[in-house]
Design a protein around this ligand. Structure first.
Ligand SMILES: Cc1cc2nc3c(=O)[nH]c(=O)nc-3n(C[C@H](O)[C@H](O)[C@H](O)COP(=O)(O)O)c2cc1C
Length: 111
């Protein structure tokens, strides 16, 4: 059986990034292929919790793929059946509200 492909999307709850990256590693270790996705906020904001680029590199190191961090990058995921399921972790209130209202203006909500 082919390995399931998991989209792993990170939003801008920066204090939880270390744990989110740890969970990404756990999911990789138990056999998932992972497509990393980051909201523009997550991909572009340096905070006291770390530099955006460092988290991008960590996600790429774990998954072997550069994170998708644009709507144009995320758009094919559905139509081309590139992922089997999607985890949003961390999910901000901002992204949750958008998902609840069908707003698709970030790479995460467009995934
Ligand atoms: C240091 C820092 C920590 C934040 N932590 C949270 C958080 O824990 N939960 C949350 O909903 N938003 C948090 N935010 C606000 C989000 O980053 C902000 O709402 C942003 O627009 C989210 O965009 P996104 O959902 O596209 O990633 C934080 C912002 C900063 C700068």
């Amino acid at each position: 059986m082919e390995k399931p492909v998991l989209g792993y999307a990170m939003c801008g709850s920066f204090c939880t990034f270390d744990r989110a990256i740890q969970q990404m590693q756990v999911l990789k270790d138990i056999g998932y292929e992972i497509v990393p996705i980051m909201s523009e906020t997550a991909a572009n904001t340096d905070t006291r919790f770390g530099r955006a680029n460092d988290f991008m590199w960590k996600a790429e190191d774990i998954t072997g793929r550069a994170p998708i961090c644009s709507i144009t990058g995320a758009e094919p995921l559905g139509p081309k059946h590139m992922i089997d399921m999607l985890v949003v972790s961390p999910c901000t209130g901002n992204t949750l509200a958008k998902l609840a209202n069908g707003i698709t203006d970030t790479p995460v909500t467009a995934s």
